[in-house]
Design a protein around this ligand. Structure first.
Ligand SMILES: C[S@@+](CC[C@H](N)C(=O)[O-])C[C@H]1O[C@@H](n2cnc3c(N)ncnc32)[C@H](O)[C@@H]1O
Length: 227
């Protein structure tokens, strides 16, 4: 049977629209809150630094769901050829303002049309997969795998847990969004199913002074050089 659906007019899936609306609304407050956070996060800096060394100086890296570009800027300072991508134009406006000289583009990391197969040495998703429904994670990780060159590295950061945290009216704004929490073993299994080989899984305990209520996970995996 012929598919007569006009896919060019398909609306974006609801979760993408909700995520974009949320971050367009809170962008300036989010940027203010997290702008300098990495300076007081030694473990995150250490893992990002190890990641940059694995990728290698000058490696082509995409920071997917880059938000205001704090990780993008840090990775650039470590010698990587990094660009950023995000759903939210308001986040991107801040990222461009605060990181002159770095390329930032609007789009969804679920469909990386701007990146050919095997064209990147690194992919970073630092707390951005937390808004992708679990059923979409296999497609997300397949897309990460597609754009990485054999031997390329993925860094994935997320909150650890089983239940989402519902953020309602952050900074008093009339928006709400679920922040998914996941188990490192669950993510490692999905990454392995997508063709990745796990390299490290780092978990630190929650720091309540930072507003955290769950441990934080940073995984590094690579696309094997031989399929
Ligand atoms: C919690 S913020 C993290 C931002 C940044 N990585 C950081 O650590 O500051 C989540 C970001 O991911 C972006 N995001 C979520 N899903 C996305 C998708 N499918 N494609 C592109 N960006 C996405 C959001 O717009 C938001 O800017």
């Amino acid at each position: 049977m012929t598919d007569t659906t006009d896919h060019t007019t398909d609306p974006a899936p609801g979760f993408l629209t909700a995520t974009r609306t949320f971050y367009d609304t809170v962008a300036e407050d989010y940027a203010e809150r997290f702008r300098d956070a990495l300076t007081t996060m030694p473990l995150e800096r250490a893992v990002l630094t190890a990641y940059a060394e694995l990728v290698g100086a000058g490696g082509r890296v995409a920071d997917l769901g880059c938000g205001p570009g704090r990780t993008t800027g840090f990775l650039a300072s470590l010698g990587l050829d990094v660009s950023g991508l995000d759903l939210s134009e308001s986040m991107l406006a801040i990222a461009r303002r605060e990181n002159p000289g770095i390329r930032f583009e609007q789009g969804s990391m679920l469909k990386l049309d701007g990146h050919a197969d095997g064209s990147l040495d690194g992919v970073v998703s630092f707390y951005s997969s937390i808004h992708t429904p679990v059923g979409e994670l296999p497609a997300l990780f397949a897309e990460f795998h597609r754009v990485l060159t054999p031997g390329g590295h993925l860094l994935l950061g997320f909150q650890v847990g089983d239940e989402p945290r519902h953020h309602d009216r952050p900074w008093g704004h009339p928006v709400a969004l679920d922040f998914e929490r996941r188990r490192p073993e669950q993510m490692a299994e999905l990454l392995t199913s997508a063709g990745f080989t796990m390299w490290s899984s780092t978990v630190r305990q929650a720091e309540p002074d930072r507003g955290e209520s769950t441990p934080q996970a940073l995984l590094i995996a690579h696309r094997p050089t031989k399929a």
